[in-house]
Design a protein around this ligand. Structure first.
Ligand code: AMP
Length: 421
């Protein structure tokens, strides 16, 4: 299948060929014709599947075909959970619209709002935004959503995890009732299905990968190792494997900082990326990583969400997430665009339960190995299982109800504008 047969305009085909894409990815092949027909779409696709072009290309096609008079208000709205993802989607929109007469802008919190307000006043066709700053600017009267023809919720599962449900509902209420809706999500919990049912009209279901499964070409391995040996093992893997672009996940911001510092001491250039870092620091770290001046990026789950890093060969889970879906997201950053990738999880005795949760979600067993010299000797902590059960219950509850202290705190504080872990 080639891009030519999908029904996209020549201006878009030119931009696609400039990007160097030769054929559409499965999600693009399935989603683009449906979106072009004006249908609502519910898409199951994780980062790395080409989902961004899957909604951006047909959206640009539709908007440029039906150019209305001189409306200065946005006609398409793409909502994303994080600033990084908003910035990346915006970059994509700009690239794909290079040969069209379309204006796009991105708005998110954590940076000065004035340039965003000025850009809005100059008129815009496509608005990419995080929910908090969007509601903020709408509340200030500098933005109207009355002309929105197409709404895209990108990474909707992550938006719910981050407590954005209330904001999403507020935004939906500001949109005209006649519009086209697209919802993209990597995982499909009951809450996502409920949200989808609440605003999609007879959606067409498109899937890039089977529900809740990881990308096909990713080799996944578990290395059993004691907690105190993880840093040493990480250094060994990176040095001996001569890896040059490694994304490492930690559970906490503090842990990310600590690991990045330890790697740097061993002459492995690295940067930590998490919500306590300024937007500039994060952008700088990410661009250094893409250029190859930074060899290792150490990230927390939320900060890493939506990072657009093509052809990422290695992901290390320094610690496993306690929410199995987060594992799927993490793995989604490797083996993309047809390339092979390797995802290694360093699992200490207190994390063995998490492996079981992940295997259950994936419906497959992860192969487990022990590296010579790193044989685990730690015994299970008899008190740990009690506290872990309750913490995993809490996290499940958080996902189900969206009602944790964090979420309560966020909903009072404009979530899109807050720093995150
Ligand atoms: P996404 O899933 O939208 O984050 O895209 C993942 C990566 O795949 C990005 O770096 C895109 O530029 C790239 N990509 C998207 N569509 C294609 C395609 N049809 N062929 C090759 N690469 C693509």
């Amino acid at each position: 299948m080639s891009f030519n047969s999908l029904g996209l305009s020549n201006a878009l085909l030119k931009a696609i060929s400039k990007k160097g894409y030769t054929q559409p990815s499965p999600i693009q092949e399935k989603a683009i014709p449906e979106v072009l027909q004006g249908k609502d779409v519910l898409a199951s696709a994780q980062t790395g599947t080409g989902k961004t072009a899957g909604f951006t290309l047909p959206l640009l096609h539709i908007l440029s075909e039906n150019k209305l008079g001189n409306s200065r208000r946005p006609r398409a709205l793409v909502l994303t959970p994080t600033r990084e993802l908003a910035a990346q989607v915006y970059e994509n929109v700009k690239e794909y619209s290079e040969f069209l007469n379309m204006k796009s802008i991105v708005i998110f919190g954590g940076v000065n709002a004035n340039p965003q307000i000025r850009a809005l006043k100059n008129g815009v066709d496509i608005l990419v935004a995080t929910p908090g700053r969007l509601l903020d600017l709408q509340g200030q009267g500098v933005l109207s959503l009355k002309d929105i023809e197409i709404l895209v919720l990108d990474e909707a599962d992550r938006m719910l995890d981050m407590g954005f449900l209330r904001d999403i509902k507020k935004i939906l209420a500001l949109l005209p009732s006649k519009r086209q809706n697209l919802l993209f999500s990597a995982t499909f919990s009951k809450d996502i299905k409920k949200l989808a049912n609440s605003f999609l009209n007879n959606p067409v279901l498109v899937e890039a990968t089977p529900e809740n499964s990881t990308a096909e070409k990713v080799i996944q391995k578990v290395y059993r190792v004691d907690k105190g040996k993880k840093t040493e093992l990480t250094i060994k893997l990176i040095s001996e494997g001569d890896w040059h672009q490694v994304l490492i996940f930690t559970r906490t911001k503090h842990g990310a900082n600590r690991l990045a510092e330890k790697l740097a001491k061993k002459q492995i250039t690295s940067a930590a990326i998490h919500g306590n870092k300024s937007q500039n620091a994060r952008t700088k770290a990410l661009s250094g990583f893409k250029k190859g001046t930074i060899r290792v990026l150490v990230a927390t789950d939320i900060a890493a969400r939506g990072l657009d890093i093509p052809l990422l060969p290695h992901v290390i889970n320094y610690e496993l997430p306690n929410i199995p879906e987060d594992y799927v997201h993490r793995i989604g950053r490797t083996g993309r665009a047809g390339a092979n990738g390797e995802a290694l999880s360093l699992v200490s005795i207190d994390e063995v339960e998490y492996v079981k949760g992940i295997e259950k979600l994936l419906g497959q067993q992860l192969s487990s190995e022990i590296i010579e010299g790193y044989e685990p000797v730690d015994k299970p902590d008899p008190n740990a299982s009690k506290s872990k059960k309750s913490s995993s219950r809490n996290s499940n509850q958080r996902r189900r109800t969206g009602n944790s202290n964090n979420n309560r705190k966020r909903s009072n504080n404009k979530p899109g504008d807050r720093k995150r872990s």
